[in-house]
Design a protein around this ligand. Structure first.
Ligand code: ZN
Length: 89
């Protein structure tokens, strides 16, 4: 039993060494290409352009003329009196 365990441990260590060697040999490739890609930042301007448009369209709030405390982002009826909500200005 002990001999077989030693053999298995030796085999495992050999396999681990092989993996380590292979890993060390393959690491320089991605490591070099990684910083190269990060060194070229793309212009973030297109992403910032659509931002101002979103708040303008989502700024509409619907409220009840009798219950100003009722505020909804979608049209509907007042939960207190049932009146149609009006666009808040
Ligand atoms: Zn109401």
């Amino acid at each position: 039993m002990i001999r077989t365990l030693l053999l298995v441990s030796c085999l495992i260590s050999l396999v681990l060494l092989g993996i380590l060697v292979a890993g060390c040999a393959s690491q320089p490739g991605p490591a070099v290409s990684g910083p190269g890609q990060a060194a070229a930042p793309a212009a973030p301007e297109p992403a910032a352009a659509p931002a101002p448009d979103a708040p303008a369209s989502a700024a509409v709030i619907y409220t009840c003329p009798m219950h100003p405390e009722i505020e909804q982002s979608t049209p509907g009826s007042c939960p207190k009196c049932g009146m149609d909500l009006e666009e808040k200005k």
